[in-house]
Design a protein around this ligand. Structure first.
Ligand SMILES: CC(C)(COP(=O)(O)OP(=O)(O)OC[C@H]1O[C@@H](n2cnc3c(N)ncnc32)[C@H](O)[C@@H]1OP(=O)(O)O)[C@@H](O)C(=O)NCCC(=O)NCCS
Length: 296
């Protein structure tokens, strides 16, 4: 069963009435207006993936989206909350909180916890709803980054379709849930940026990326240690010609110092937040850069 899609029937309305209803696949080309207005990097393909694999609610005026909030189920223990957006002229009217309640009710009905990466504006509405801070990330950006040589040679090679199972297992141990669909999606989105690190035939890290509206989003970068993470990022960044975004975990100071030498500067902070105790679900120390705030 898909999460949260069993909704009461849509009220019949004139084309300009305000409708709150579940998001549908054909909404993706319209929703891009909402994320673009907020200066976000998502493309129509991102919205389509999230609607296809998750559930969401939107407030509409005719074909114009006014607000959205979504969940992406990751196994039984937790779901990712994402795309919480209210158009600028309608903020501060309780719309964001109302749509978030839709998400949290659907997640609670499954006995799961909610997890997300919050912007500072989002954190204001998540705190009263019971979300608690876990750790910090920073959105870094660079224009044509110039990665310095990694400090230690690490065997890194392009990711092949046959690596999917081992990469998903590595990701599951790090993230705490199966993200096969997301990994397969990102591997398709940027075939030139998908790499695995290997030692004695065992996957010790991987990197993926995707095209964005404003910049290439590099991530996740997941690795057993810092030099492996740097070697993976260096390989994926080689040949990246335009603007690059990367959501780096604040705890990895050596990785972040290397990124600074590659030309990355801080754009804005994110806070990973959760409604429950997620300790022991995965190993966030092996996450160097997240897949993005909408994916974790
Ligand atoms: C974050 C966002 C979705 C909030 O939506 P909203 O509809 O304006 O939020 P609400 O009206 O439900 O606000 C709920 C409470 O948070 C407060 N609040 C909302 N945004 C705030 C802000 N930027 N700073 C301080 N308080 C804020 C409201 O005053 C309200 O408090 P109250 O209940 O005591 O009156 C909206 O500001 C937005 O789209 N921002 C840009 C995108 C973004 O950052 N999304 C979050 C992603 S994690």
């Amino acid at each position: 069963m898909r999460w949260g899609t069993r909704q009461p029937p849509m009220p019949t309305s004139s084309p300009h009435a305000r409708d709150e209803r579940p998001l549908r696949p054909d909404d993706a080309p319209h929703l891009i207006a909402l994320s673009s207005e907020a200066g976000w990097n998502q493309t129509v393909a991102d919205w389509a993936f999230l609607i296809d694999h998750g559930a969401g609610w939107g407030l509409w005026e005719g074909e114009t989206p006014i607000a959205s909030a979504m969940i992406l189920p990751y196994g039984d223990r937790f779901a990712w909350v994402n795309m919480v957006l209210v158009t600028a002229s309608r903020r501060g009217q309780g719309i964001g909180t109302r749509l978030l309640h839709r998400c949290l009710d659907a997640i609670a009905a499954r006995g799961a916890a909610a997890v997300l990466d919050a912007t500072p504006a989002g954190r204001n509405i998540y705190l009263p709803l019971g979300f608690r801070d876990q750790w910090g990330l920073t959105r870094l950006e660079a224009d044509r980054p110039a990665p310095p040589a990694p400090p230690r040679p690490v065997a890194v090679r392009p990711m092949e379709p046959g690596d999917l199972a081992a990469v998903t297992a590595f990701d599951r141990a790090m993230f705490g849930a199966d993200r096969l669909a997301m990994i397969a999606h990102l591997a398709e989105r940027c075939p030139d940026c998908r790499f695995v690190a290997e030692e004695a035939g065992r996957v010790t890290g991987f990197v993926l990326a995707r095209d964005g509206r404003l910049a290439l989003q590099l991530g996740p970068v997941a690795a057993d240690d810092e030099s492996t993470a740097i070697a993976l990022a260096a390989r994926a960044l080689t040949g990246a010609e335009g603007r690059v975004f990367l959501d780096a975990a604040d705890r990895h100071s050596g990785f972040n110092a290397w990124l600074a030498r590659a030309g990355f500067t801080g754009q804005r902070p994110f806070t990973r937040m959760a409604t429950g105790d997620t300790a022991g679900w995965g190993d966030p120390t092996r996450l160097f850069a997240a897949a993005g705030p909408e994916l974790g």
